[in-house]
Design a protein around this ligand. Structure first.
Ligand code: AMP
Length: 485
């Protein structure tokens, strides 16, 4: 049973914004979390991205903060009252935009700060006063140190995508930021999964939280049709073309495990005639926002991305997700395929499994609690084999216009199950590309702009001189960072 926003008695300014967003009824996380947050309880919420959790926390927080709204130009009248922390720039930007939309008919001010962008405009906004501050931890610490952000009047804290913040190594930054905040506050923690580390974070910083789980955590969206194809490394691009063509897919996300792989794959696919853009951590912030925008507008067909760069992005109607590489972390599989089949739409998730990926697939099986059948992908000999071709770079959108999908790569036609001996490859599939772009022989280097800004907000080095955040720290055992009990 879903209920309407009108049951909530939201202030007219908020109700109007919600109506304008076109929301008719609440999503399950909203139904459960909004009343609890309105009552002023701490929340530990397990919700996958795309469930409407931004409105679930921001609407009740805005409602509670309305008593402070005022039109004064004095910064002192607009202290930071709500702090929302997120792991990546794109997520911070997306959440900040949603909050702006929900607050547009109120006088509450909001701002977003993340790295890779000039500090000055952010500083001006902070100095002018904002009630809601959305931030990534590294850049927030930069502003705290520069005395641009004063957090002693914060009443509400949201730790969003908390599991990912810990994965990235943000725990010390979070601990430091939380130490600046008043003890008397409401804390909301959202995480896709409740790992033991998340539970420890919650027990350190939340008071008697209400636990809300809207969907079984780790459950992959039931509307997503999932296929695992046995494909050798050299055949993956050909396989990608074949599935795109066979399904007549207009757009897709293609996930790879490394920034290097991401840049190279995007370049290859572009050469092969697909409009492709890459989203990874070594792109400058500006490049990343442009890439996303181009994908959202439908100007590009494929968004080749790494997990960190793509986590939580809300792009409607992505018909398919490809795991060009099986993710190293099984939970990333759930996040990746969560990019498709959103809001009840059907979606397709295709994973290319090399023989060496057996352990990774078995991790996914354990997480999903079901057996994964690995299918053989028979290459359609009547279709052009991209490995035999030179460069096709006329910008044609190869498959978007293909109405009739060749039946060969429809799911029912995928034949025999994967055998331990590995994938089936035709002789022709071993042919090498006719021409080679020198780019692929060069060692990988981030662009100059990116070298300064890096892909993701860094976990800050507390003691070092802090300019713009440095590189991501290697993943560490976060449990060791918690105070001993
Ligand atoms: P989120 O999980 O907060 O990133 O939201 C995912 C998408 O769902 C966003 O595009 C929201 O605008 C949309 N959304 C949030 N709440 C609702 C709702 N009650 N009805 C319809 N769409 C919603």
């Amino acid at each position: 049973m879903t209920s309407s926003f009108s049951n909530l008695s939201l202030a007219p300014s908020l109700a109007r914004a919600v109506a304008e967003m076109g929301y008719e009824s609440m999503t399950p996380i909203q139904e459960q979390a909004i009343p609890v947050v309105l009552q002023g309880r701490d929340v530990m919420g397990a919700a996958q991205t795309g469930t409407g959790k931004t409105a679930a926390f921001s609407l009740p927080l805005l409602q509670r903060m309305l008593k402070h709204e005022n039109a004064s130009t004095s910064p002192a009248r607009h202290p930071v009252r709500a702090l929302v922390l997120l792991p990546t720039r794109e997520l911070a930007d997306q959440v900040a935009q949603s909050i702006k939309d929900y607050a547009k008919y109120t006088q509450l001010r909001s701002a977003v700060v993340f790295g890779g962008m000039d500090m000055k405009p952010q500083t001006l906004q902070l100095k002018a006063g904002v009630e809601i501050l959305v931030a990534t931890p590294g850049r927030l610490l930069d502003h705290i140190e520069a005395k641009n952000a004063v957090l002693n009047q914060v009443e509400y804290v949201v730790l969003d995508e908390a599991d990912r913040m810990l994965d990235i190594g943000f725990l010390p930054d979070l601990q430091r930021i939380l130490s600046y905040l008043p003890k008397e506050r409401i804390t909301l923690l959202f995480s896709a999964t409740f790992s033991s580390e998340i539970k420890r974070l919650a027990s350190s910083y939340l008071q008697d939280p209400v636990t809300i789980e809207v969907a079984q955590s780790n459950a992959a969206a039931s509307t997503v049709e999932q296929h695992f194809y046995s494909v050798g490394a050299d055949d993956k691009r050909h396989a990608l073309h074949q599935v795109l063509r066979g399904r007549g897919l207009k757009q897709a996300f293609v996930f790879v495990n490394s920034k290097l792989g991401c840049a190279r794959l995007a370049r290859s696919l572009e050469h092969e005639g697909l409009k492709t853009t890459a989203l990874h951590g070594d792109k400058s912030q500006d490049e990343r926002l442009k890439a996303l925008d181009a994908f959202k507008k439908g100007e590009v067909d494929l968004l080749v991305c790494t997990d960190v760069a793509a986590r939580g992005l809300d792009i409607k109607d992505v018909p398919a997700v490809f795991n060009f590489d099986v993710p190293f972390n099984a939970e990333d599989y759930v996040h990746r395929i969560g990019r498709t089949g959103r809001a009840g739409a059907s979606g397709l998730a295709v994973s290319f499994v090399a023989p060496s990926d057996a352990r990774l697939v078995s991790d996914i099986e354990k997480l999903l609690k079901r057996k994964i059948e690995i299918e053989a992908l028979e290459f359609d000999e009547n279709q052009p084999d991209i490995r035999r071709q030179g460069r096709i770079n006329d910008g044609r959108r190869m498959y978007a216009q293909t109405q009739e999908a060749p039946a060969a790569d429809r799911p029912g036609r995928f034949a025999a199950a994967h055998s331990a001996s590995g994938e089936r490859r035709s002789e022709s599939s071993r042919a090498k590309p006719a021409s080679r772009d020198p780019f692929f022989d060069q060692p990988y280097q981030a662009s100059e702009s990116a070298a300064a800004t890096t892909g993701i907000e860094t976990a800050a080095k507390v003691s070092s001189g802090r300019g713009i955040s440095a590189n991501i720290k290697p993943k560490r055992r976060v449990a060791a960072l918690f105070k001993s009990e």
